[in-house]
Design a protein around this ligand. Structure first.
Ligand SMILES: CC(=O)[C@@H](O)[C@H](O)COP(=O)(O)O
Ligand SMILES: NCC(=O)COP(=O)(O)O
Length: 239
């Protein structure tokens, strides 16, 4: 059964909107783990629009599950933050600073030498590495050559097609990518725009899926169902 890592970026968005400490991001992370999440994911961006670098140090103290820190390692501040906190996993995402959100995976062929070097830095620190990729067979082959432990399949394309009712068209590139990742010996994570409607079908069809990281939709659902119910509802889609 794939593990659920809850991305708490949007809890920090709400907190930052009023300048205080409500909602308390640290308390939320403790509670989310107690509600059954198997991991906490954060994506501290250079502009600190939601998760702040200081949050990461405080979160590290209370993580009892798996800590997954996402970001672009071309920001030295991000690399230093990860090495200082030594999470179980770092997920490398090629986002530019001004992006609204993550919207593409790595070109693992053009960035091969760079990724080999930066992945070895995190490996020397004992940190598992996952790299964010599109469901493109050539990018998976390139990912294998970088030495990464896992790939994270970027699932916005799946979510969009699924929402239009094109289930088979939505899932097939990801099934092919997962088969290739399994053949290459790459661990499979997935994330971005997964939600209560599309998660079960995705998880049932992706062979070897280890972990999904879900944030935006889960936090939105929590506004209606409550945070504990939301975590439980998402976990139930993975059973
Ligand atoms: C890598 C990924 O797809 C998400 O974790 C993304 O980082 C979410 O970032 P925002 O919460 O800033 O949209
Ligand atoms: N890596 C994906 C993630 O952490 C959360 O993405 P989203 O659910 O906020 O789209």
């Amino acid at each position: 059964m794939a593990k659920l890592s809850v991305n708490i970026n949007k809890i920090a968005t709400l907190r930052n909107s009023r300048g205080g400490n409500n909602p308390n991001v640290i308390k939320a992370a403790i509670d989310i783990q107690n509600f059954g999440a198997e991991g906490i994911t954060v994506h501290p961006r250079p502009d600190e629009r939601h998760i702040r670098y200081a949050d990461v140090f405080e979160l590290k103290k209370i993580i009892t599950t798996e800590f997954n820190i996402e970001g672009n390692p071309k920001e030295q501040k991000f690399v230093d933050l990860v090495l200082a906190n030594k999470p179980e996993q770092v997920t490398l995402v090629p986002d530019a600073e001004g992006q609204l959100t993550s919207d593409h995976g790595w070109d693992t062929i053009k960035n091969k030498d760079y990724l080999i070097n930066i992945i070895s830095v995190f490996h020397k620190a004992g940190i598992r590495v996952s790299i964010f990729v599109d469901p493109d067979i050539n990018m998976l082959i390139g990912a294998k050559e970088t030495g990464t432990d896992r790939i994270e399949l970027y699932t916005e394309g799946y979510a969009k097609e699924y929402a239009m009712g094109n289930k088979q068209q939505a899932i097939s590139p990801y099934v092919e990518a997962a088969k290739k990742a399994n053949e290459l010996g790459l661990g499979i994570n997935a994330g971005h725009d997964l939600d209560l409607n599309n998660l079960k079908y995705f998880a049932e069809n992706i062979p070897g899926l280890l972990e999904v990281s879900i944030g935006h939709a889960l936090i939105c659902d929590a506004l209606y169902f409550g945070l504990e119910n939301a975590v439980q509802l998402y976990k139930r889609q993975l059973m």
